[in-house]
Ligand binder design. Structure first.
Ligand code: ZN
Ligand code: ZN
Length: 409
């Protein structure tokens, strides 16, 4: 029998806890999800600890794990992933940071960490910083969505062993970076000079002058966090023997998939938010399955509602995803094994990631079924898969899809 293709659908942060607004149900339980329920009914389910029992996963470390990599061995820092997501490829010795455009006064006291969620003009502001040099170290700087941006430092003697400059709270002075290991001293020094320089350049930039004139918060300082070095991660194709593509909107997961050597197309309308064009992503997924062995479909919106503490919004978004998955499934051949899960829980009541395990369903023609009838955090706990570790998922899927070699005669 020919091997099956594998479609892994990750609804970011979809898993949740019982919520009062939903009469004690989770958003997934409360949503009407006929597609996922049908797949769960015909397929097999269980729970999954994305990284390990009690570990609160980041999206990046969780995705590494779900794609079959030990995050404790291969995690290279968020800055690196964001840079790759924006198409900046790092050279040996480079250090990357994820950055915010923020609002500061002349004492570098941070008045708004997101510069009033600035929505336009950051390309020109980034242009004013990109290419600067500090003590022989080149600054590569690019804007991302809203107030977000990415910086790569390139030059001799750099290291990611430094602390961040983002104080995480308004009213504090931008933090001074310090070395966490002796090799980080030069980088910390450069970063501190950069913080001041960014204010000196950006505060008088015409875009910020115009913002101030309009009563908007100027994006006049850059705060850096998530330092990361150059990744050394085995290629997905070599590691798993699967030709792979990822359909994803957010730069963080895009970057990871690019670093793993997966094909990552740019999809119009895939914003990485709740307003994403799900229909376009489903179409791209079907196309990707036609010439790949493995496709990752990542949907971010579920996590956004979790962080916003919006139970109803999360439930409604899950329902929308389920509708779209219905269209997707109707267009899939019998040769596709589909797994649906989350990279972590983002309970509405926590407004952040939590360590609770996530529900997992696996469906493929001819595979076993179990007693689970509905896809939810609670009900999957009676499923045939019991509780697995995120790092076992790829092995499990490859085994069921016929990709694993026989052990012994
Ligand atoms: Zn996530
Ligand atoms: Zn999140």
């Amino acid at each position: 029998m020919a091997n099956m293709k594998i479609l892994m659908v990750i609804c970011d942060g979809m898993a949740d806890r019982p919520q009062d607004e939903l009469d004690g149900r989770t958003p997934l339980e409360d949503a009407s999800t006929s597609t996922m329920n049908k797949l769960a009914n015909d397929g097999q389910c269980g729970l999954m600890n994305p990284i390990g029992i009690g570990i609160v996963p980041g999206s990046d470390t969780a995705h590494l794990s779900l794609l079959g990599y030990d995050p404790y061995e291969y995690y290279c820092g968020r800055g690196t992933l964001e840079a790759a997501g924006l198409g900046i490829y790092m050279k040996p010795g480079d250090v990357a940071f994820r950055c915010n455009f923020a609002t500061s006064d002349e004492n570098l006291t941070i008045l708004d960490r997101r510069a009033g969620r600035i929505a336009s003009g950051t390309d020109d502001l980034a242009e004013a910083i990109n290419g600067l040099e500090i003590d022989g170290v080149k600054i590569i700087f690019r804007e991302a969505v809203e107030h977000r941006s990415v910086m790569v430092l390139r030059g001799p003697g750099l290291s990611s062993k430094v602390t961040e400059t983002d104080p995480h709270h308004e009213g504090q002075i931008a933090w001074k970076s310090t070395a966490t290991e002796p090799e980080g001293e030069k980088t910390a020094r450069i970063l501190n000079k950069f913080t001041k320089l960014s204010f000196n350049i950006l505060d008088k930039h015409p875009i910020n002058q115009a913002r101030k004139a309009e009563g908007l918060k100027p994006a006049n300082i850059i705060l850096a966090r998530g330092p990361g070095g150059v990744p050394d991660i085995p290629n997905f194709m070599e590691n798993h023997g699967l030709k792979a593509e990822a359909i994803v909107g957010i730069t963080l997961v895009k970057g990871l998939c690019r670093i793993l050597g997966m094909e990552v197309p740019e999809i119009d309308g895939a914003t990485g938010g709740a307003d994403t064009d799900l229909d376009a992503k489903m179409k791209a997924t079907i196309e990707a399955l036609s010439d790949n062995d493995f496709v990752l479909l990542h949907i971010k919106g579920t996590d956004v509602f979790g962080h916003d503490g919006d139970a109803i919004g999360k439930r409604d978004f899950i329902q929308k995803v389920d509708d779209e998955l219905g269209n997707l499934i109707a267009n899939l051949g019998d040769d596709v094994l589909i797994a649906i899960t989350a990279d972590h829980s983002t309970p509405v009541s926590v407004m952040d990631h939590a360590s609770d395990p996530v529900p997992l369903l696996i469906h493929g023609k001819g595979l076993r079924s179990d007693m689970v009838e509905n896809f939810s955090e609670l009900e999957v706990s009676i499923g045939a898969l019991n509780i697995i570790d995120g790092q076992e998922l790829m092995l499990l899927l490859k085994g069921l899809a016929g990709w694993n070699e026989k052990f012994g005669a």
